[in-house]
Design a binder for this molecule. Structure first.
Ligand code: ZN
Length: 151
């Protein structure tokens, strides 16, 4: 296994065991549910967005595989404090990353720790696990249908 694979495994397991921002957010003003029937991943994402369009707080709940939980854990950490616009841009970047649409030498520095998910592009079924939380985020921010499914 390469160093990247090792790092990937380590980070996924660590976030799976100790998910960040896991729990309820009683005063949330944006909420959406995500479901990945292929794997059985379910999550509820709750955000607090202020008048300046900044995501001041975000929490998630749900059950799912290690990848879906780790992805939600890392995503919530990455978007907290960002504007809605920045979070949507990150959504696009993450989507391109896990679906293998970025060149091998792409600069991933703006993605920070999320770059470890580049490994899932080799496993199409896992792409849905990793991106479920991001689709749910998009639904919550768009304010449209609050329930998304990867199928
Ligand atoms: Zn999964």
């Amino acid at each position: 296994m390469s160093d990247v694979d090792d790092l990937y495994q380590e980070q996924i397991l660590e976030h799976h065991k100790h998910p960040r921002n896991f729990g309820e957010l009683p005063d949330a003003n944006r909420v959406a549910n995500g479901h990945n029937p292929l794997c059985g991943d379910k999550l509820v994402l709750a955000l607090k967005v202020n008048d300046a369009n900044v995501i001041t707080d975000v929490m998630f709940q749900g059950s799912g595989c290690a990848i879906s939980r780790a992805s939600a854990s890392m995503m919530t950490g990455a978007i907290k404090g960002k504007t809605v616009e920045e979070a949507e841009k990150m959504y696009g970047r993450f989507h391109d990353l896990v679906t293998g649409q970025l060149p091998d030498d792409a600069d991933l520095s703006d993605l920070g720790k999320l770059a470890v998910f580049s490994g899932v592009k080799e496993y199409p079924a896992r792409v849905k696990c990793a991106s479920l939380c991001w689709h749910t985020l998009k639904a919550a921010l768009d304010g449209g249908d609050p329930t998304v499914t990867t199928e």
